[in-house]
Design a binder for this molecule. Structure first.
Ligand SMILES: [Zn+2]
Length: 249
């Protein structure tokens, strides 16, 4: 999701709850119409340009200016930010190729205190990731999660419209499209696209153990997402150019 700055007047915990996480007891319609996964897959399958990387490049929005980025980053509450340990920093360093792939080398990553395993994209200016997410994910899995977050920038306008108009199925479909961007990214960099499934499974299960789960009204279930990943990975095998063996990261 893309986080709006006004939400930072609340605590980050409220923010995560406000966006996609709900208390585990909360019930809701969990079934996703089968067509949503298909629509998200068709979106990529039918993109007019055969190569999915060229397609992403063509629809990539203009990034946030350095000035605006600095202002937004400065607005994050200092007391929520954690200075990363050596081990955590090593995982954050592994994100650099992901940012470069999307022409977003200037994006900062802020590790925050949250008590949940969660990551978000703050107004196109910074990736905000909780200590728990950094700790439970491997560097490869963190790359996958951040690639999903960067995917949000491509669909930000549609996402905002869908949320404002309470088109919940559209939000779910856009979340899957961000998963699609993550799989294109990993495939294009010669990384293992299965890192996304293991990352999403770990985050979902960790949060469920801590009494929070993804809002079923806004996010496809874990099984539905895993099924979409399979289709998308297969598509990426023929529609994404892998780097030569020597150039692999
Ligand atoms: Zn998302």
């Amino acid at each position: 999701m893309i986080i709006r700055s006004k939400l930072f007047i609340t605590t980050l915990l409220n923010l995560a709850a406000f966006t996609l996480l709900v208390h585990a007891q909360q019930t809701g319609n969990t079934a996703m119409p089968a067509s949503l996964g298909k629509e998200a897959l068709d979106y990529f399958a039918k993109s007019e340009n055969g190569n999915l990387e060229s397609y992403l490049k063509r629809i990539r929005p203009v990034g946030v200016s350095a000035d605006r980025r600095a202002r937004l980053v400065a607005s994050i509450r200092k007391e929520d930010i954690v200075s990363p340990s050596f081990q955590r920093q090593a995982k954050l360093d592994a994100l650099r190729p992901i940012f470069i792939y999307h022409d977003r080398a200037g994006i900062e990553v802020k590790v925050v205190r949250l008590g949940l395993a969660w990551a978000g994209f703050f107004e196109g200016a910074a990736i905000v990731v909780s200590e728990e997410a950094v700790d439970i994910l491997t560097a490869d899995e963190l790359q996958a999660v951040v690639a999903h977050e960067l995917g949000h920038e491509y669909f930000a306008a549609e996402y905002e419209l869908a949320r404002n108009n309470k088109q919940k199925d559209k939000v779910k479909e856009l979340e899957l499209k961000c998963d699609g961007v993550a799989i294109i990214t990993l495939s294009g960099l010669g990384l293992n696209p299965n890192s996304l499934s293991s990352a999403v499974s770990k985050l979902t299960k960790f949060n469920e153990r801590h009494g929070m789960r993804n809002n079923p009204a806004l996010m496809a279930s874990l099984d539905e997402r895993l099924s979409f990943f399979q289709g998308m990975t297969k598509l990426a095998e023929t529609r994404v150019t892998k780097p030569p063996e020597t150039a692999r990261l």
